[in-house]
Design a protein around this ligand. Sequence first.
Ligand code: NAD
Length: 544
Amino acid sequence: MSDAVTARRRVPRPENDPNLTYAPGTAARAELKARLVTMAAETVDIPIVIGGKEIRTGSTEPSVMPHKHGHVLGHFHKATPDLVRQAVEAALAARQEWASWSFEDRAAVFLRAAELLTTTWRSTIVAATMLGQSKTAYQAEIDAASELVDFWRYNAAFAQDLLSEQPDSSHAVWNQMEYRPLEGFVYAISPFNFTAIGGNLAGAPALMGNTVVWKPAGTAMLSAYYVMKLLETAGLPPGVINFVPGNPVEISDVLLDHPDLAGIHFTGSTAVFNSMWQRVGQNLGKYRGYPRLVGETGGKDFIVVHASADPQAVAVAAVRGAFEFQGQKCSAASRMYVPKSMWSDLRDRMVAMMKEIRVGDVRDFRNFMGAVIDKKAFDKISGYIDDAKKNAKVIQGGGCKGDEGYFIEPTLVQASDPAYRLMCEEIFGPVLSVYVYDDQKWAETLAIVDRTSPYALTGAVFARDRAAVREASTALKNAAGNFYINDKPTGAVVGQQPFGGARASGTNDKAGSKMNLVRWVSMRTIKETFAPPTDYTYPFMAEE
Ligand code: NAD
C-alpha cells in the first residue's frame, strides 16, 4: 500500500461506550447473573504468558473473593527472576516486527479488542471484576467494560492525531517527524482497583509500537488475566505484551536493573512509584537511554463546600464520591470542608443516605458497596477508624467485620483539627473526614485545603455563588489535576476529563489522552533537501 493511501486512512471516530444499567428485567442483567454463577463455580489456573506461551511454575497464590475470602476463584503462577528475564527477551524479540507494522494495523488490534469487550466478552470481564475485586455490577461496568473500551478506542484516535502532527517545510526542503517507539521494553505495573487501568497501562505503549512486560496487581489477577486473553483473541501478536504475575519486588528488581528498560507505566501508590524512580536514578549509567517515567499515584481528594451550595447536591456527591467501590478509587472524596451554617442539615441528609446503604456480597444487586480488597487494606482502614473513635468523632458507620468478607461500613468522621491525620493521609477506604469551618473563613479554608496534603489528584467545589467558584478555582489551581465544580470528584470519563494529578499524585501525563501517548514515542526529525547547495561560499563573501 502506498504512503499516499496510508496518510488518508482514518480510525473510526470514537464515542464513549454507553453504560449498561443492569436494571431488573434487562437481558444484560440476566446474562451477567448467569456468568457470575458459572465463574464462581470455576477455579481458574492463571499462567504466566511470555512470547504467547503459557508457563506454569507451580509456585502459586490464590485469587479470592474479597466479599467471601474463603472462596478461591483461581490460582496464579508466580514468575521466577529467570522467567522475568525471558519476558524481556520475548518483548525485545517481538519489538522489531511489531514496530514495523503500520499504525493502522496496530490500532486495529485494539479496536477489535474494544469491539469484543463491548459485546461478547463484556459479561465475562465485568463478572471477573465483580468477583475478584468486589465491585458492584455498575462499578464493574463503568470500569472493566466502558472505560477500557474507551481507552482503546480513544487512544487510537489520539495516536492518529499525534502522528499527523508534522513540522513546517520551506522551499525545496521537506521536514518530517517520525514517531518511533522507545528503544527497549516498557514495564507496565497496574493497581488492583481498576481493571481498565491494566489494559491501558500495557495497551497505550503497545499501540505506539512498543513491546511490554506487564505486571498486574496480585489482588486483581482474574480480571487482568481475562484482559490478556481478550487482547490475544483480538489478534495481539505473541511477545507484544507479556503477562508476568508474581512477587512485585522480585520482578521489579530484574526489570528496573535491565539495560533495555525504556519506560515505566505505573499506577499505584506514591511510595512504590517513588521507590522505582529512586532505583532508576541509581541505575542511570546502566541504561541505553533515559527511561520514561509515567506514574499516576495516590490522592487525598477534597470536597470544599461554600455556604451558597445546594446541600442535597453536596450530600449525594459526598456519598457517591466517598463510598462507591468502598472508597478505593484514587479519586474518592476523602476530606470535606463544610460551613458551620450548613453542617447539621448536610450531616442529617448524609446520615440518612448512609443508613440506607447496604454493604455485602456484590452478587446481591441490592448492595451499594462490597468488601475492601484484602486483609491488609481491611486492617489499615479499621486502624484509621479506631484512631477516629479515640481522637475525633465518628458521626456514622465505623463498623468493620472481616470474618467472612472484608466489610467496612461507610464511615463519616468529624475532625476538630484540619491537620488531623484522617484529613491528610490517603486511607483508601470508605471513610470521609469532615472539618466544619466558620462561614466567615472561606478564604482561609481554601488555603488550608491547598496545603493540607502532599497530593493533588482530584477535588471539588460546591457553590451557587459564582464568585466563590472563581475564588476556589484560583486558590486551588495546584491542588488538583482534575477539578470539579458542583460535581463529585470521581468518575472521570476518557475523552471528556483526561485524568491525572500533580504534586505527590503523579507525573500528570493524563491517562487516556494524546499527552500520555507522546511519552511512548521518541521523535526523529528528518530534514530532506531537494536542491542541495553546490557552492560552499555565501553571497556576503563576494568581492564588492
Ligand atoms: P500499590 O502501590 O500497592 O500497587 C500497585 C502495583 O505496584 C501493583 O501491581 C503491586 O503489585 C506493585 N507493587 C507493590 N509493591 C511494589 C514494590 N515494592 N515494587 C514494585 N512494584 C510494587 O497500589 P494498589 O494498592 O494496587 O492501588 C492503590 C493505589 O493506587 C492508591 O494509592 C491509589 O491512589 C493509586 N491509584 C492511583 C490512580 C491515579 O490515576 N492516580 C488510579 C488508581 C489507583
